[in-house]
Write a protein that binds this ligand. Structure first.
Ligand code: ZN
Length: 287
């Protein structure tokens, strides 16, 4: 089924219905492989939900210690990118959550500040002495950063181009944007397998993958390249992201999947379909 007016936010291709979950429709772009909500939720509506209830819903772990522990491999992966690109100036952590990434980067010698739209989470960061402000990227105007980092945040945005325009304006010349985020191929593969190809069946949650309205888009690697090109950036590197480190059965699945992926990547490279997330490095173009 193709919907009139439904165009891919990454490549402007025509979208096709993929599946529904909890009243929200995900559509797939046959051109670039990006999976996205259509219609895209209203930004002001989502913004109000983040401010009021995001930290209380099951999408995000409500216990800061558990959350930070399980996400530590992600934080380390982002830190390793900053080290590789010799980032020595200020770093902005957008969507700091409970402050795990900001804390790790600070402890690793980076000058890191953060913003977090959930008041409860921002208050928690502040109580721990982290320089995290309540709000979004528009909190900053005059500041300049050598890097902006996002840990599982880009898939939550609703107006990607406006956000990237703002991010670009905050970066110093040659600055980098580093985003670790779940990507399309895994979501599409699991969404098909779990429903045995039946589009009329509801999409499965698959741990934290299909979580509308929070997860608005799972970009493909090609989609991220398009969106970078259209936003004054160049996609300079894509890395498979590590698995998280949850406890219990989820943690066991993550451990098994990581080992399967280690073999799969040797065969297929970054397009191996069971890689849940990738880390993208955008470099700001001069003009
Ligand atoms: Zn597309």
């Amino acid at each position: 089924m193709t919907f009139a007016g439904a165009t891919c936010i990454a490549c402007r291709g025509r979208l096709k219905f993929f599946g529904n979950r909890e009243g929200y429709d995900y559509h797939l772009c046959p051109g670039c492989g990006t999976l996205q909500l259509f219609p895209m939720p209203d930004e002001s509506e989502l913004s109000a939900l983040y401010k009021s209830s995001y930290s209380d819903v099951s999408h995000y772990d409500q216990d800061p210690v558990t959350c930070i522990h399980s996400a530590r491999p992600y934080y380390e992966a982002i830190r390793d990118v900053l080290i590789k690109y010799n980032i020595s100036g200020p770093v902005l952590d957008c969507g700091s959550g409970w402050g795990g990434l900001c804390s790790l980067l600070t402890g690793s010698g980076f000058e890191c500040r953060g913003v977090e739209p959930s008041a409860r989470m921002a208050d928690y960061c502040f109580s721990r002495g982290l320089p995290v402000l309540h709000g979004g990227i528009d909190v900053f105007n005059e500041d300049r950063f050598s890097a902006i980092v996002l840990c599982t945040v880009f898939e939550h945005l609703t107006n990607h181009y406006d956000w990237l325009k703002r991010a670009r304006s905050l970066l110093s010349p040659g600055g980098v944007l580093v985003s670790l985020q779940p990507t399309a191929r895994f979501a599409v593969t699991m969404g098909r397998i779990a429903r045995l190809g039946r589009k009329v069946s509801p999409l499965p949650r698959i741990h934290q993958v299909f979580c509308p309205p929070w997860h608005t888009a799972f970009f493909s690697i090609e989609g991220m390249k398009s969106i970078a090109d259209l936003s004054g950036f160049k996609l300079i590197e894509v890395r498979p992201a590590p698995q998280g480190r949850s406890d219990g059965a989820v943690g066991m699945m993550q451990w098994i999947l990581e080992r399967i992926n280690n073999v799969g990547q040797l065969i297929s490279g970054p397009l191996w379909p069971l890689i849940v997330a990738h880390t993208f490095v955008f470099k700001k173009n001069r003009f």
